[in-house]
Design a protein. Sequence first.
Length: 375
Amino acid sequence: MQPTIAADVRFLLEHQAPGGAYLASPSFSQYPFGWLRDGAFIAHALDHVGERESAAAFHGWVARAVMRLEDDVHALIEARAAGAVADHERMLPTRFTPEGHAEPGAGWPDFQLDGYGQWLWSLAEHARGYSLPEDVRAGATLVTQYLAAFWDEPCYDAWEEGRTQHHTATLASVSAGLRAAAGLLDSAPAVVAAAQAAAESAWRFVLERCVVDGCFCKSVRNPAVDASLVWLATPLRLVDDADPIFERTLARVELDLLRPDGLLRFQTDTFYGGGAWLLLSAGLAWHHARAGRRERAAELLALVERQRGGDGGLPEQVPTEGTDPWFLDYWTRRWGPSASPLSWSHAMVVLARCELDGARAGRSRRGSPEHTALR
Ligand code: BGC
């Protein structure tokens, strides 16, 4: 393991709560919670470097957290089946306390489906060749039923914005998660059938409603691009690297969102003025490495490395060309400097580095065709 990866892995392990949660940013006042989205990627990174126990503890934590809300979820699904309009205040939360409890009333938007899809995907990757503990299987079954019922409900996106929209990366995450769950839960035929049907419907919806001028777009009726669209290929594998719609999307993401310090989330971002997000630059490096473009991946990773703090920590974002000073000041006065270090940034660097090293060695770390870097 490269020394930098070793430090990143150590950081992630040290900031895992005793119950299994990965805290988003232990030093940032607003992020002392475990997000499913961040955690799904972190667990995947730790699986890549052989830290299976840590990933297993995370998956167990998620399963216990959602099973505490089992009755609520069944009630929501029944109401939906009876034709009721979904009550967004009662949907599963996007983050939990380290003890695995929903954390209401922090004034944050909460109804977001993408993290649940990413969790199922990450869990299925984790479980390849292993059988799932019963409690984790129960949690995954519940989440699968929930997503199969609510996949087309408009909700906040991966950036916790746009409550009444259909976001492409959210629909894609849900589709990939349900597809993965169908393979994982083969002992529950009715759940598997519902998961397969919803996975297909969600993906068809993306192709029919989230493609504008031959490019995937940020959300329905919004033709802009968003950096989370890279996830459609890496890691979700919903499209091939060479898929023409994806290739055009990737070119546009780089043209519209890549700045001297890395990748923006989207052009009109105002959170801390809209900086360059390290986890997205590293995610783009991961994709290029997987597609065999090693030099491009190395350049992007070098960009990320330049932004390590003196203690080796990787921030969430850094101001860059075009960052709006008014909004940077506004958020800094409101919440203090933006999150640093951010666990998810460290995880994405580990994944990109693993892919690059795998490419160098001409083989995948995990030996499965899906993780083979060179084509
Ligand atoms: C981001 C989310 C992320 C959360 C915790 C938010 O600011 O928009 O994507 O999951 O922070 O890291």
